[in-house]
Design a protein around this ligand. Structure first.
Ligand code: MSP
Length: 524
């Protein structure tokens, strides 16, 4: 049984509507998944929702609903959002599902039996309003806590702790021996710096049920529920277990009587990539590896860390109204315009800044005038001058197209999505220049230039076909439209088809139509 390329995203809290940051991460994971498929690999793409914990409990309370009813309602919205982004996820995890909760409890029971947990009392400053312990970092310069925390009381609370300290050196050694484990490098250095300069505190894995009951009960102590991060991280293995992953089931001694493995079980773990945002790096690069080690499971191959989006240079925030609503953008400009902008504008790693002007400028220059214009005029001229019939093969643009295809293949293997788009656009630009240089509209007026016009039209229409193949992971809808306008069957989803010369002489193309309608009016 071959192991599919297994890729995950962070699972989103269901305490509100999806925003640009959530959409960005899911689009990155979707493009990497499609790229792997295009490169000929089997894939398994998991995304989903983090439904337990205080944030969700509070949001449900505010909405006047039970937490489960609230989660069910929001899950429908988030699922529709995944469809809106045309994510090709193979499963969608909800942490309130039985298949997930049981695995969390199995792991807790196993680690408890192995002596990995202990109970201790913690004394600290507790905000009753925020229902959270505050730390020294929350103090203002004068030593007091901000009035927004309401009454702050000193409290002693019993909890369960997971022993992390014993694994600190092991983790440092692992990160040093595996430079690709956390990418980009500066994120890896951040984690190494943290581990080398701090003594790891043990992780509190419980919350007293008396103050937070929206969580998975600890199987060995009914007075507590599981800390939401311990619960959420487990999704990366609970779903493989649900698909009958033999390695996970064996390591966790999952009772086969309870699991209902599908007739053809999948072998998924270890994940090839966890795609996450920079704010949750410590959970994935410190706690999660140590949890896996304690479970006797191998570590994921890579944690790929993206940056955060701002809008107009300021933090995205519902309360200040500084938001980008991805659904509104998609409804107005189309999904592929959204996918293109976020991937072309921002490399995976640094922070980015969304501006409506920047979005519109890329739409106009690169999509409408660049790609859209190239495809439209190439196919329109083939229709007009040759009744849509592809002339004999010609190879003038072949070196450019083959160079770009090779480059893109290499960049996709390294998940360098922005660079891959840049490379693809060198071909778009080259082909548009080729139209200007060869001036087929002039050639068409001169019967002695018929053979030259044939050559030019072949080069252009074949370049459009190659572009459809290279673009498919990024802009699947647009790639499909180009294929349809070329009247080619199927989907351009295999990069192996990018080799020059795929368009056969004598083939009749379909009707061209604008891929990215021009918008001269600025967005209201
Ligand atoms: N539930 C946890 C993750 C658990 S994973 C086992 C969580 N949820 S979240 O909804 O707050 O964030 C989900 C993802 O969205 C995170 O990777 C986070 O970095 C990302 N983003 C949230 N806001 C963002 C931006 N403004 N920009 C880019 N990504 C951001 O954390």
């Amino acid at each position: 049984m071959s192991k599919p390329f297994y890729i995950t995203t962070a699972i989103d809290y269901v305490n509100g509507a999806p925003h640009l940051g959530h959409a960005y991460e899911k689009v990155i994971a979707d493009v990497i998944t499609r790229a792997r498929r295009s490169l000929g690999q089997e894939t398994f793409f998991l995304t989903g929702l983090d439904e337990h914990g205080q944030k969700v409990q509070q949001a449900a309370q505010t909405a006047g609903k039970t937490p489960q009813a609230y989660c069910d309602e929001l899950a429908a919205i988030w699922l529709a959002f995944a469809r809106k982004l045309e994510l090709t996820n193979d499963d969608f995890v909800r942490t309130t599902s039985t298949r997930h909760k049981q695995v969390v409890q199995d792991i807790l029971a196993k680690l408890h039996a192995a002596g990995q947990f202990y109970q201790a009392a913690h004394k600290g400053f507790y905000s009753t309003k925020e229902e959270t312990f505050l730390t020294e970092k929350d103090r203002r310069p004068d030593g007091t806590f901000d009035p927004s925390y309401g009454e702050v009381v000193e409290l002693v609370e019993e909890n369960w702790y997971f022993k992390l300290g014993a694994h600190q050196q092991w983790l440092i050694d692992y990160l040093e021996a595996n430079p690709g484990f956390i990418q980009p490098d500066y994120r890896r250095n951040e984690v190494l710096g943290f581990l080398k300069n701090h003594t790891l505190e043990d992780l509190c894995i419980s919350r007293p049920a008396a103050r937070l009951n929206w969580g998975i009960p600890l199987p060995f102590d009914a007075n507590f529920v599981t800390y939401v991060w311990f619960d959420a991280l487990v999704n990366y293995v609970s779903i493989p277990a649900a698909h009958g992953d033999a390695g996970v089931c064996a390591a966790l001694n999952l009772p086969s009587s309870r699991l209902h493995p599908p007739s053809s079980p999948l072998s998924l773990w270890p994940a090839d990539i966890h795609v996450i945002g920079k704010d949750i790096l410590k959970f994935h690069a410190v706690y999660w590896p140590i949890m896996l080690k304690a479970m006797n499971l191998p570590l994921p191959k890579q944690i790929l860390v993206h940056g955060w989006w701002q809008k107009d240079g300021a933090k995205i925030s519902k309360s200040t109204g500084n938001i980008v609503d991805p659904i509104a953008v998609i409804d107005e400009w189309g999904l592929d315009a959204f996918r293109f902008y976020v991937l072309r504008e921002l490399d995976i790693g640094p922070d980015g800044n969304w501006t409506d002007a920047g979005f519109q400028s890329r739409y106009g220059a690169e999509l409408a005038n660049g790609l859209g214009n190239l495809v439209n005029r190439s196919l329109s001229m083939l229709q007009r001058y040759r009744q849509g019939i592809v002339p004999a093969r010609a190879n003038e643009l072949a070196p450019d197209a083959n160079r770009v295809a090779t480059e893109v293949r290499g960049l996709l293997e390294k998940n360098e999505l922005q660079a891959a788009l840049q490379s693809i656009w060198t071909l778009v630009t080259r082909a548009n220049q080729y139209v200007d240089q060869t001036a087929p509209f002039k050639l068409a007026k001169d019967p002695t230039q018929a053979a030259r016009l044939d050559e030019v039209l072949y080069n252009l229409s074949e370049t459009c076909r190659v572009l459809a193949v290279l673009l498919w992971p990024f802009l699947p809808g647009t790639a499909g439209k180009i294929y349809a306008q070329l009247a080619l069957p199927g989907t351009p989803d295999q990069i192996a088809a990018a080799g020059w010369g795929g368009l056969a002489a004598g083939h009749t193309i379909g009707q061209p139509a604008a891929l990215f309608p021009r918008r001269d009016q600025p967005k209201p």
